[in-house]
Design a protein around this ligand. Structure first.
Ligand code: 13P
Length: 349
């Protein structure tokens, strides 16, 4: 299947009542792990690259690896998404390259660190939406600010510093016409999210439910959704790592989110943990080995296992063959003639 847009994947997910994992990549082995997991579970999938990943891998390598993935797995609907675009120019360059969806994270200024005002966020996001929709490309916006730092992007601090205000979420969705909306409900990027198993005081699922009630047709996005499983932490520490005890977002909470409008679930850290644990194990158990394939193969397999598990838990498993690709040109027509709705349904308070 050619690369499809995230909008199409999320519209289908909403119809089917499931969520779609969006997995971050920097290199070929990670893309291979995700595609094998998608094949194994027959899942549609979103592969995303941050600005850091684009710098690390270089745009052309990333894009052509994604084309290879689409070619090798014609049965899998696959979207290529820019994670945390910091400016109009970053989104524009991703769209010119061939990304099928972009995130304009206008919750922060272009430095990717300083919280922006609401008006600044609306202005830059709307500019990206106009540019992207004319070209058939979908856009994710963010309202509220996530905690932590993802690949150098983020305000740092706790996920509770700038949680999303439901009234602002409504106004933002109405004024920008985004295809999906990332909200801040206490999660943060990275491994160190919570100091104990999170409860409602730090992971605001009630807020997510309140936002979904006000915006019942808007595809919500949960960032910072790694579960940071103890077994993956243990493998790293067993083989010489020094991770401090930490908790992520329990899968049951993500599943509750999916029942309440979450359609895209961002996962990066869990895969990083799986890869690092597998590589450490090879280094410690067989220090005589030096062929990179000896540790990259188990690393890739460990990531595939985590991704396949998440695909099953998020409900996207089994849904790869539900639909055929809508071309980017037809998406552009749909935005232009209004068949692809961008005005959100808004419920009264
Ligand atoms: P994690 O660090 O929880 O995997 O979150 C990744 C993410 O939200 C990417 O945007």
């Amino acid at each position: 299947m050619p690369l499809v847009t995230t909008r199409q994947l999320l519209d289908e997910a909403a119809k089917g009542g499931y969520g779609v994992g969006a997995f971050n990549v920097n290199d070929m082995e990670q893309i291979q792990a995700i595609m094998e997991a998608a094949k194994e579970t027959n899942s549609p999938v979103i592969i995303q690259a941050s600005r850091g990943a684009r710098q690390f891998a270089q745009d052309n390598y990333l894009y052509h690896l994604m084309l290879a993935a689409a070619e090798l797995y014609p049965q899998i609907p696959l979207a290529m998404h820019l994670d945390h675009g910091n400016s109009f120019e970053t989104c524009e360059s991703a769209i010119k390259l061939g990304f099928t969806s972009v995130m304009m994270d206008g919750s922060l200024k272009a430095d990717g660190k300083t919280p922006a005002t609401f008006e600044e966020n609306v202005e830059v996001t709307k500019k990206v939406v106009d540019y992207a929709h004319e070209r058939g490309i979908s856009v994710e916006g963010e309202i509220g600010v996530l905690g932590g730092i993802e690949d150098g992007h983020g305000a740092g601090g706790s996920g509770l510093d700038h949680v999303t205000d439901p009234d602002q979420a409504v106004e933002f969705a109405e004024r920008t016409g985004v295809d999906s909306l990332a909200i801040a409900i206490g999660t943060s990027h990275g491994a160190y999210k919570f100091t104990k198993k999170p409860d409602g005081s730090v992971l605001k699922m009630d807020l997510l439910i309140a936002i979904h009630k006000r915006l019942p047709s808007t595809h919500l996005v949960m960032h910072g959704s790694s579960s940071v499983p103890k077994d993956l932490q243990d493998i790293i520490n067993q083989y010489g790592g020094k991770l401090k005890e930490t908790w992520g977002v329990p899968v049951e909470e993500i599943q509750l989110g999916i029942k309440n409008g979450v359609r895209k679930v961002n996962v990066d850290t869990d895969n990083r943990l799986a890869i690092t644990g597998a590589i450490r194990k090879v280094f410690v158990e067989t220090p005589e080995k030096f062929d990179p394939r000896d540790y990259l193969k188990p690393a890739r397999a460990a990531m595939q296992k985590v991704v396949a598990q998440r695909m099953t838990q998020f409900g996207q498993a089994g849904h790869a063959s539900d639909y055929t690709a809508i071309s980017i040109a037809d998406m552009a027509k749909g935005y232009a003639d209004g068949t692809l709705v961008t005005k959100p349904l808004v419920a009264a308070k």
